[in-house]
Design a protein around this ligand. Sequence first.
Ligand code: NAD
Length: 370
Amino acid sequence: MHTSSSSNGRRRFLRQAALGLGAAALAGSPLPALGKSAQEKKLGVALVGLGSYSTHKLAPAFAHTQYCRLAGIVTGTPDKAKKWREQYGIPQKNIYDYHNFDRIAENPDIDIVYVVLPNAMHADYVIRAARAGKHVICEKPFDVSVKKAAAAVEACTRAGVLLQIGYRCQYDPYHLEVMRIGREKVLGELKLIRASHSFFGVHGNNWRFTNKALAGGGALMDVGVYALQAARYSTGMEPIGVSALAFNTYKDKMDGMEESMLFTLKFPGDISAQLFGSYVAREEFLDISAEKGHYGLRPAFGYDPVQGYVLDQPMNFPHHNQQAVQMDAFARNILDGTAVVASGEDGLQDMRIIEAIYRSARKNGKLVKI
Ligand code: NAD
């Protein structure tokens, strides 16, 4: 077991509990109301990379945020800049490209830079944003290596800015309820976690399927990371070993990248997690077996509203816009000086485990210590 990460993970889990970010807190109103002066200052967010996630999920989410607003964009495509400027009323002075991006340091309208680029570009832009003195949200996965993710954490610490990884599920009431049940041992000790985030789509020509340098890996990096996250936050523990099998069947389309990753995490004691991330299956769920019964989420990780069950009873929480709740929580961390839940250290720990998963897969499933 990686002792320091393990105790870090436990501390993170306890801090989350101490911050009161439980399902009950989110169920009624997403976050407690701010005073008038703070409400007047919605923090300005600049989205870096105007691809699918920015266009279809993040930009529309600002219609639901209370503490932040879409204030700027960073894009290499002039046509997109024009379209977004008109659609969202973004002033020209808040529009950057990848070359003049560092001048964002001089722009008081921008409080938060949100990096929504291909995976291997994440750490570089987090570091540039931190050097510009901006707080940063970085999409998952953190980057493509422990080394780069650690450098990004270090840059944010040195600059004194906050860093959040775009782990939207950690702010969702259903996932928070899963954490609570595990933490409070409502159904006794946990024994087995099973999770999959998979969709059918190897036919795409997006960088995530075709460009290993940008993607860093296949389905594990993109979707398997949700299952990995879920195993960690539902147990509140860190894995001590992993056995993994990678499937690279579509070599003509996904050169050197797995279309599926099947991995088992061993936790301390007799707890294990059987996890899957894939581009050739249609499923997404989190099922947890505890001493006294089952609970879980299905669907769990995609964009359809999360549904959950405890024993044979449905969970019943309001559905909030996940991206809005995640961004608002980060804005509140900045305004209130509180700790970030989905922190850079959390994302860095996932990168450590992801590297161990790939090491095991290269050895055809040999157990690798974490
Ligand atoms: P996308 O391909 O649709 O968008 C990527 C953007 O980066 C495009 O606007 C592209 O023009 C830009 N870009 C800049 N430099 C580039 C380069 N050298 N090569 C390729 N593109 C370049 O991807 P996406 O689906 O929006 O994913 C972006 C990031 O967001 C990924 O890291 C992904 O994992 C993450 N994501 C997170 C979620 C979530 O639910 N949290 C969902 C989707 C994507």
